[in-house]
Write a protein that binds this ligand. Structure first.
Ligand SMILES: [Zn+2]
Length: 359
């Protein structure tokens, strides 16, 4: 039995937040992940142009400046309904490499894209394409009115929009974030077969290990409410057969999938408030041992497949040289605390069988 493993792991979808929260979240992640893609969804205004990318760099420098070695950071800039090509150009000048697109999946999302046929939106994508950037898309059917909106099928319902977008911009590499259903997994597989290196599907541990049953299970610290809002995320947790499909894609060794944990910190106050925000907090101390648990039982060659998924596939997609930075994980039972950083993390109070050694 193997009791200790070393491997490289990146987070190709992170939320490092801002200021005090960034210090908390980014310091944890920077110690372990060799590559990080910090998302642009700042509050109240997203990172949408060069000046804001520069501001984002500044805060990251303050938050993780003294950590060695430093992770490689792929900066993002958000394409909003008001973005013009000059915003993308100035962001690229400040180091942005990925344009981020949120589908407007709730009417409240002022900065989400509702009209994917808007010529201005396509001009922005063409600009990113010309600059050699890639695009990362949160795929869910946009909605301006929640009546009749099905959040369980909203990602699958987005596939025709995504197919049009991929067809219209054949030179723009696309990262499909946090896939939660088998149809989207197949869309990525088929597109990757036709256009190798032009598409990658990000997978999260929560979509691979949890179902909507967890969301409806009230076992948490909430004082009221029918559901466990700590497990509210988008796309929402799905059926068990969807979960199995995501898990199988994760451990498959296929080159078209990478690790986009999408750990999204929200305080307990926010999560237990009136309008709980979407996102599950999955810090590296919990995520990386969970990843090992998922792969450990997936058959021969699991360590090699795990490193491909956790790190190499993403490096290849983004044109990065393979890192030699590794984490050390040891076989040891420990219990995830009920609370971390003032909130309830994923897998709280569960016993994990692997532990991340101190960096
Ligand atoms: Zn996210």
């Amino acid at each position: 039995m193997i009791d200790e493993i070393y491997f490289s792991v990146g987070s190709y979808h992170s939320h490092w937040r801002q200021r005090d929260q960034m210090r908390l979240v980014a310091q944890r992640e920077a110690r372990y992940y060799s590559t990080v893609v910090p998302m642009s969804n700042w509050q109240p205004v997203p990172v949408y142009n060069g000046a804001m990318v520069a501001q984002h760099w500044g805060q990251i420098g303050e938050a993780i400046g003294d950590i060695q070695p430093q992770p490689r950071i792929l900066m993002t800039v958000q394409i909003t309904p008001r973005t013009i090509p000059q915003d993308i150009i100035s962001a690229h000048e400040q180091g942005a490499r990925i344009a981020k697109v949120f589908a407007r999946y709730t009417p409240r999302m002022e900065y989400g894209i509702a009209d994917f046929s808007d010529p201005q939106f396509h001009k922005n994508l063409a600009t990113a394409e010309d600059l050699g950037m890639s695009v990362a898309i949160h795929c869910e059917l946009p909605c301006l009115d929640t009546r009749g909106y099905d959040m369980f099928s909203s990602e699958r319902d987005f596939i025709p929009i995504l197919a049009d977008l991929v067809g219209a911009h054949p030179g723009l590499p696309v990262s499909v974030e946090h896939i939660s259903n088998p149809e989207m997994l197949d869309f990525v597989r088929e597109t990757a077969q036709d256009c190798p290196g032009m598409i990658i599907g990000g997978l999260t541990l929560h979509h691979a290990t949890m179902t909507s049953g967890d969301f409806w299970d009230k076992k948490n610290r909430e004082k009221s409410g029918l559901t466990n809002s700590y497990f509210y995320c988008r796309p929402v947790l799905q059926t068990n057969s969807n979960r199995v499909a995501v898990l199988e894609a994760m451990v498959s060794g296929e080159e078209c999938f990478d690790f986009g944990p999408d750990s999204a910190y929200h305080s307990a106050e926010a999560k237990e408030g009136e309008n709980p925000p979407a996102g599950i907090y999955f810090p590296p101390e919990i995520a990386i041992p969970t990843l090992v648990e998922v792969f450990e039982h997936s058959g021969d060659g699991w360590q090699e497949r795990m490193e491909k998924f956790a790190c190499r596939n993403g490096e290849k997609f983004y044109g990065l040289t393979p890192t030699d930075r590794r984490v050390r994980v040891v076989r040891e039972d420990w219990q995830v605390p009920p609370e971390m950083d003032g909130t309830r993390p994923a897998r709280a109070e569960r016993t994990l069988h692997w532990r991340l050694a101190a960096a």
